[in-house]
Design a protein around this ligand. Sequence first.
Ligand code: AMP
Ligand code: MG
Length: 495
Amino acid sequence: MVVNFNNSYVKLPARFFARIAPTPVPAPRLIRLNEDLALELGLDPAQLRSETGVQMLAGNFIPAGAEPLAMAYAGHQFGNWVPQLGDGRAVLLGEVLDRNGERRDIQLKGAGRTPFSRSGDGRAALGPALREYIVSEAMAALGIPTTRALAVAMTGEQIRRQGMQPGAVFTRVARSHVRIGTFEFFASRGDHEGVKTLADYVIARHYADAAGQAQPYLALLHAVIGRSAELIARWQLVGFIHGVMNTDNMSIAAETIDYGPCAFMDAYHPKTVYSSIDSAGRYAYVNQPRIAQWNLARFAQALLPLLAEDEAAAIGLAQEALNAFVERFQSAYSQGLRGKLGLVQTQPGDDELAQGLLDCMTQQGADFTLTFRWLGDMALGPQAGGPAAGSRVRSLFADPQPFDAWSLRWRARLAAEAGDGAAARVRMRAVNPAFTPRNHRIEAVIQAAQQHADFTPFETLLKVLAAPYDEQPESAQYATPPQPHEVVQATFCGT
Ligand code: AMP
Ligand code: MG
């Protein structure tokens, strides 16, 4: 098994991580390999499927050049400060340079205990591993920055969760695993040298433009804030709810990371929460931008000593950078919403128009994904689309009256755009997915896998979600919301 490792994190000072090998498992079995991603990383899929390859993906074999380690970090969990977290069940095998020369981490999640495990068993259950695989790959297909899924292997072990569950190792690929909590780890210890070393590392790895600026660390702060604001806007625009936006679950490279009790919204409501561990709704859909900004304030705080010698001056600079979040988020979100409505130009009143639709959806609990997808049919207009054009989207509203009133305003606004209705529908379909990883589908995949060792539903779902913007009429059932008895009320992180 040849992996051309090119490791950099392990060269950082010893206090940044703990060297630790994965703990072997009794009976590795490869459940899924992401061949396209393997090729992107310069790995040979046939080798990964070989006996040694599978042993590696389960943590039983350490290939030449790997320098396995668990990263140290801290974090704010649900607003509460936790001075030491760290990879408690993940082992970074090493880094590779991908086909584009980009550095990517290869990490085994569920690879056994590390010095950061506290009371945890260091393992991952099959269900959450499949969930992370499905949702992260769906996000990638939607074009949203995310960590990727390279493989899932079963371990042959049963682990204790809610009852006994089959164990699995999930192989995750990331631009890096540096989190806001990694900066907090050093800052909270008064380790300014550590913060500086980490900031230099992150600039070199992710924000090369910042290096040439007059104030590289301030430029880094601005860049992380900007990229994160755009990421969260992308989440909002597809109805994605992360579920556990703790600072240790926010990537400095602004990729979506640490998929736990996450979910895509079915019926639209801004206050939607799925996570079983978020009873207060801190991480509800509508709160995500505010929480991201709060998390970024923790990052800014960690950077303060690097921003200016005078503390007051540093705080002023940090505050200014944080204020830019709102504008950056709002502009990405507004532009995205206009796109979802088929609008190319910007006109006064567009934000209110979009909000008008969201209000109708809230009142009627209309399906988020389908409302936007099917709205595209109405762009054709009553003639071209036939008398039934728009009947699909209307059917999502129990009382279609408010929606009808809204759609008249929308049509009038759409008429101001260049091009005909057919072109508008094409534009709309390109940004409004037909297929998102709906909770009840993920649940069905997990049940089939756990109860019958049947991975066909998993494979089928992955295939549909790989082309979320295509019509795929043969898979229409994957686009529909859950029946009342299929609705998943809560998702579990299963840690
Ligand atoms: P998470 O909720 O998955 O983001 O994890 C929060 C923290 O708990 C991280 O430090 C994890 O490494 C750690 N952790 C989660 N599950 C386990 C486990 N089963 N064993 C050891 N550590 C864990
Ligand atoms: Mg985490």
